[in-house]
Every structure is written in structure tokens, then in C-alpha cells.
Design a protein around this ligand. Structure first.
Ligand code: 0X9
Ligand code: ZN
Length: 437
């Protein structure tokens, strides 16, 4: 026993040290000066296919903020490839407009705002770094220990970090309620998702039993279910996006020394390796070696299998969608109509706050096919019937992309939290009606 404890302490010290070392030796910030964000209109399946090929062109090194689909596709292009990229689009007869002349300008604005709020450490006003998030979660646990408990998913990441989760419940020692899992921060650059998870945990834990609109919703949610929330599913990627390269998406796996990172939302066991994912390690949608090959996906999968689940909700940004299964194929699950009705009801609730309209549907119908996604996996392999994915603000017509201005954090959280409440109500009604059938 003593040996085991000693070993744990030793491993802990080594890992902590390596994370601290890494933080001290972070490379300088990547500059996106002069990089442009284009919006390209793809109208036919042929045009979508053309963009898909363009995405795989190693010479152009394009970064798709919105993947090829029918509609507006957002492409980030470096100055050195700009001319060739635009010529190629024009030759193919594709219309495009410039959404951002200089991506760095938006990043600078965001960073100025983060720096201004550095002292406040308020996750509803600014984007916190990993240390700020850790402090926030441990304070929350210390202040509301009767309803919130922090735990880690049991595996460390490539860079030796813990993946933190919280359980929020009216009875932490066993309420007998089913579990709702919410996962944020899978894609490193989608900062707003993390704020949303943090405030969801905060509302549930602190406002339960209180009065006021939000407190009533938090109370109703916790009276129905236990919540398991993973605010930063990809901490290595987030740290890198926060401090070094704002547009980083994947985790930080060392792939054979060439390009880093696996797209965690292509690494799940839902038609792993199928269309909409890449086998090239340099691609932003690189799926990894095998399903669940990554510590982040394997850990979340193992943790979810220890609870009695009713729902899984994956939170991404951007474009304002609520996505239904399946993402990996066009055919629909047998309970599709029920899921559609529930998601539409959650959407209506969300929209009623600030008129933020979300599109509800499956990725193949409204976006693109993507294999290896989290919510498909949870429904397919872990039997979680009510499985959804959000794509938060901004909408696809906006030019902000991943740098959602900080004054939009609070309203985004507010409307999203209300829709999560609606999800809980609708899921509970349906699950129990189904149970009685
Ligand atoms: O492509 C993705 O992983 C998600 N969009 S994002 O811009 N946040 O990267 C959409 C995921 C939809 N889920 C599946 N198709 N499985
Ligand atoms: Zn995402």
C-alpha cells in the first residue's frame, strides 16, 4: 500500500512538474497578421466536393472554420496562399466575400479585453485560462460542497493534465436520479463553450432552491436529474489556443513527429474512420490511430459508463445549431421525431430570450456528414437515447467566428441555460411516458 501511495505521489509530482515546465516554456504567440477569413458560397453538391478537395490541398494549408457544406463556408487563409486560393475559387465559379481582412485584429481585441478583465476572473465577463478555471471550480466545490463535487476523469492528457469534471446533485451520495452529461471545450478554440459549462455548473450548484427565474430553472433541473459537467474536455488544446495559437482545434497528441493533434470529435467509435474525418495527421479533422485512442475520449467514455444516463449534450461553437443524431450517416434513428420535437422545444426557449435563432436538424441535413463524433457514439454505444450537440453563437452570418465578443458571453449563457432546462423538462416527460408504455 505504502509503495502504491509513494508511486502515486511520485507520478503526480513528475506530471505536475512537466505541466509547469511546459507553461514556463510556452512558445511565443502565433501571429495571424494579414490572414483573411473568407466566406464562400457553395450551392451544389459538386461545389461542396470541390471545397472538400481544396481543404485537403497541402499547398494551400487552409483552415476551415466552417467545414464544406451547402451554404456559407468560412475559410481562413494565410497571406502567402491568398492569391492562389482566390484564383482557384474564381476559376471554379465560386462566389466569396472577405469576412475579416486581418484575423489578428479580432484576436488582439479579444486579448485586450481578456487583459482588462484579468483581475476580475469572472467567467461570465471574460475567457479564463486553465488556472482561472481550476480556481473557479475548486472555490465552487469549497463553497457549495453539499451539491457539487469535483473529480477528474481518471486519465491524464498527453501533456500530463487532469481532465476535471463536476457532479452536481441534490444528494451527492446517491440520489438515485438519472444522469445528464454535458461536455464543453472539446475543440480548443471554441472558448464560449467553456464559459457556458462553467456557468451551468455554477447556476445548478448555487441557485438550487432559490427564487428568481434562473434559480427556479436550476431547481427544476436538479430535482429531475444529476448533472455531470466537463467544462474543458481538451485542456492541452485549450492552454495552447489560449496562450500560443488562438485558432488551435485538436488535442496535443504527438503524431509520428510530423503534425500534432487529434480532432477529438472524430475519435469516437461511431463509424470511426468514415467520411468527414481525415487520416492525415496534419488535417484539422485528423481522427487519430483508432477509436478512443486519445486519453480525453477514453477517459470520458469510461467515466460515462459508470453512471445511469439519460442524456448527453456536447457543446461546440459556432453557427447556432442544435444537432440531432446521426451525424455520421443520413438515415435517421427510429426515435428521430421525438428527438426533433424535444430539440425544437429547447430551441424555442433559447430563441425567446434575445431572438437568437438556431437551426435544428442532423449534420448531414443541415451541415455535413462527420464520422467519429461524441454524441453519435454515446447514443450508439452507450445507449444514451437523448443525445444532442449545440453549436453556440455567433451565427454563420457573423464575421466573429471563434472570437465571440466578451459582452456576448453572459447572454449566450443565459439563453443556453434556459434551453438546457427545457431539454431536461422535455426529456423527463418523454422518458417517463415511454417508460410507462
Ligand atoms: O465538425 C464538428 O466536429 C462540429 N462542428 S465544429 O465547428 N464545432 O467543429 C460538428 C459536429 C457534429 N457532430 C457530428 N457530425 N458527429
Ligand atoms: Zn467544435
Amino acid at each position: 500500500m505504502k509503495v502504491v501511495i509513494l508511486l502515486c505521489v511520485l507520478i503526480g509530482t513528475v506530471c505536475c512538474k512537466s505541466v509547469k515546465e511546459k507553461e514556463k516554456n510556452r512558445p511565443p504567440r502565433v501571429s495571424y497578421r494579414g490572414h483573411k477569413l473568407l466566406s464562400v458560397k457553395a450551392q451544389t453538391p459538386l461545389e461542396v466536393e470541390f471545397l472538400r478537395e481544396l481543404q485537403n490541398d497541402p499547398d494551400l494549408e487552409l483552415d476551415f472554420w466552417k467545414q464544406p457544406m451547402r451554404g456559407d463556408v468560412h475559410i481562413h487563409v494565410e497571406p502567402k496562399h491568398e492569391k492562389k486560393c482566390m484564383e482557384t475559387l474564381e476559376r471554379a465559379g465560386l462566389k466569396y466575400s472577405v469576412l475579416q481582412e486581418d484575423i489578428q485584429r479580432g484576436i488582439d481585441t479579444e486579448w485586450q479585453s481578456i487583459s482588462r478583465h484579468a483581475g476580475s476572473r469572472d467567467h461570465t465577463q471574460t475567457y479564463l485560462d486553465l488556472n482561472g478555471i481550476d480556481d473557479f471550480l475548486s472555490t465552487l466545490e469549497a463553497e457549495v460542497p453539499q451539491r457539487l463535487e469535483r473529480f477528474n476523469l481518471g486519465r491524464t492528457t498527453t501533456e500530463g493534465r487532469q481532465i476535471w469534471a463536476v457532479k452536481v446533485s441534490t444528494d451527492l451520495n446517491g440520489s438515485g436520479k438519472k444522469a445528464v452529461w454535458i461536455e464543453c471545450g472539446t475543440h480548443a478554440r471554441e472558448f464560449i463553450t467553456i464559459s457556458t459549462c462553467l456557468e451551468t455548473a455554477n447556476n445548478l450548484a448555487r441557485l438550487y432552491g432559490g427564487s428568481g427565474v434562473v434559480a427556479q430553472k436550476a431547481t427544476a433541473m436538479l430535482d429531475l436529474y444529476d448533472y455531470y459537467i466537463v467544462p474543458v474536455h481538451n485542456p492541452d488544446g485549450y492552454d495552447y489556443a489560449y496562450w500560443v495559437s488562438r485558432l488551435w482545434r485538436k488535442n496535443r497528441r504527438q503524431n509520428n513527429g510530423i503534425c500534432l493533434g487529434v480532432d477529438l470529435n472524430r475519435n469516437w467509435n461511431a463509424n470511426f474512420g468514415g467520411s468527414g474525418s481525415s487520416g492525415q495527421s496534419c488535417s484539422d479533422t485528423y481522427r487519430g490511430n483508432s477509436a478512443l485512442s486519445e486519453p480525453e475520449t477514453a477517459a470520458l467514455n469510461a467515466a460515462i459508463q459508470t453512471t445511469n444516463n439519460v442524456a448527453f449534450i456536447s457543446i461546440h461553437s459556432y453557427s447556432q445549431y442544435i444537432l440531432l443524431p446521426w451525424g455520421y450517416q443520413s438515415s435517421k434513428p427510429s426515435d428521430y421525431n421525438t428527438l426533433l420535437r424535444i430539440a425544437r422545444s429547447a430551441e424555442a426557449e433559447l430563441e425567446s430570450y434575445y431572438n437568437t435563432a438556431y437551426l435544428v436538424g442532423t449534420p448531414p441535413d443541415i451541415l455535413y456528414v462527420a464520422s467519429g463524433g461524441a454524441y453519435d457514439h454515446m447514443k450508439l454505444n452507450n445507449g444514451i437515447k437523448y443525445s444532442f450537440t449545440y453549436e453556440l453563437r455567433p451565427g454563420s452570418g457573423s464575421s466573429w467566428g471563434f472570437e465571440l465578443p466578451e459582452n456576448q458571453i453572459a447572454p449566450t449563457i443565459e439563453e443556453t441555460f434556459a434551453s438546457l432546462w427545457k431539454f431536461a423538462e422535455e426529456i423527463y416527460a418523454d422518458d417517463n411516458a415511454t417508460g410507462r408504455k
